[in-house]
Write a protein that binds this ligand. Structure first.
Ligand code: GLU
Length: 354
């Protein structure tokens, strides 16, 4: 009986050794890879990790980080045993941390506002009325009408049967203004009588043609510019545009390398928020994340344009020399072979794709 007790006590003291080990896994919210669901986490990367953990018979304790930099730092400084989210493998990162086999093929793409790139007639007119060029146009027209009208009135006011029939300022000036306006808009029917007024009229009519041509061109360009807000089709259209991206991401690095002016936000949601508010012309970020947003929350407001222009793979990051990497890779391979990987992929991305 005493021995039985001893064996029981021994078993109890070894219990923690036999319990499933717990891995500290750093992650960050990034739909559809990591999606908070109540107090739990879900998403493609989380479901995949949970399947790996089940294969390895380990427990997981997740910790939430703010950006990809923190995820990499967590494994680098030993704070976490692994980082799982939408972490792209790059040569620079691979020098500092270890990576698993790829878990998802990704790349960079561009998100822009709206689908409709041609505004309706009414929207176009409204945009035009509110545009700064309209104010300049009104001032220019006022000056261009009033100055020649006064000159004409002054020269022509005493001529008999000229176009100014009254030699007093009022209503004589109205007749002069009528003439300059009709000259500007179409062609005046009458010609002034005095030589100087005729010279003025010829110069003015010539000038009016150029002015109308210039205004038409400026307004057309302005309207076209407004309707081509979505005129970004690929990375070549990005220089000179206001672009948003996510801090610390491979996209931020890509834009920096190409000297494309970009604002960095803490999350994809914030960067896309800036796009929806019209603060930026495009968001450059991970293709699957942009596509997911455009198909869900952003439906009808935003659209992904152009092809994927920098291919990347997502993987799980480990501290250098981690003893877990090899077994995680084995688990990943068997999940691909037994169809679990495809099930998880289909759950989050549907059946399209490879
Ligand atoms: N996949 C990108 C990267 O690894 C973005 C990740 C993120 O913002 O969490 O840089």
């Amino acid at each position: 009986m005493r021995y039985l007790f001893l064996i029981f006590a021994l078993c109890l003291s070894f219990a923690p050794v036999f319990a499933a080990p717990e891995l500290r896994v750093a992650t960050r919210e990034i739909a559809p890879f990591v999606v908070p669901q109540g107090s739990q986490l879900s998403g493609f990367s989380i479901d995949l990790w949970n399947a790996i953990a089940a294969e390895l018979k380990v427990q997981t304790r997740f910790s939430i980080k703010k950006n990809v930099g923190e995820l990499l730092a967590a494994v680098k400084n030993g704070q976490a045993d692994a980082s799982v989210a939408a972490i792209s493998v790059t040569a620079k990162r691979a020098r500092e941390v270890d990576f698993s086999q790829p878990i998802y093929d990704s790349g960079l793409q561009i998100l822009v506002r709206g689908k409709a790139s041609t505004p309706s007639l009414w929207d176009g007119l409204m945009q035009l009325l509110r545009s700064p060029i309209m104010v300049q146009f009104v001032i220019a027209v006022a000056l261009l009408i009033l100055i020649p009208a006064h000159l004409l009135w002054f020269i022509e006011r005493h001529s008999n049967d000229g176009i100014i029939r009254h030699d007093t300022y009022f209503p004589g000036i109205f007749e002069a203004v009528w003439w300059t306006v009709s000259c500007l808009a179409t062609q005046a029917e009458e010609m002034p009588k005095t030589v100087w007024a005729r010279i003025l009229a010829v110069i003015w009519m010539f000038f009016a043609v150029i002015f109308i041509a210039y205004v038409t061109a400026a307004l057309t360009a302005n309207l076209t510019m407004q309707s081509l807000r979505g005129d970004i089709h690929g990375p070549d259209d990005l220089p000179g545009k206001n672009v948003a991206t996510v801090a610390g991401s491979t996209s931020a690095e890509y834009l920096g390398e190409r000297k494309i002016r970009a604002q960095s936000f803490a999350s994809a949601d914030e960067a896309i928020g800036a796009l929806e508010k019209g603060e930026v012309a495009a968001v450059v970020y991970d293709s699957p994340i942009l596509l997911y947003y455009a198909a869900n929350k952003g439906q009808g407001n935003v659209a992904v344009v152009g092809a994927v222009f920098r291919r990347e793979s997502y993987a799980i990051a480990f501290p250098n020399g981690s003893r877990w990497r090899k077994s995680v890779n084995f688990a990943l391979l068997s999940l691909r072979e037994n169809g679990v990987y495809d099930q998880i992929r289909e759950k989050w991305f549907g059946s399209e794709g490879d």
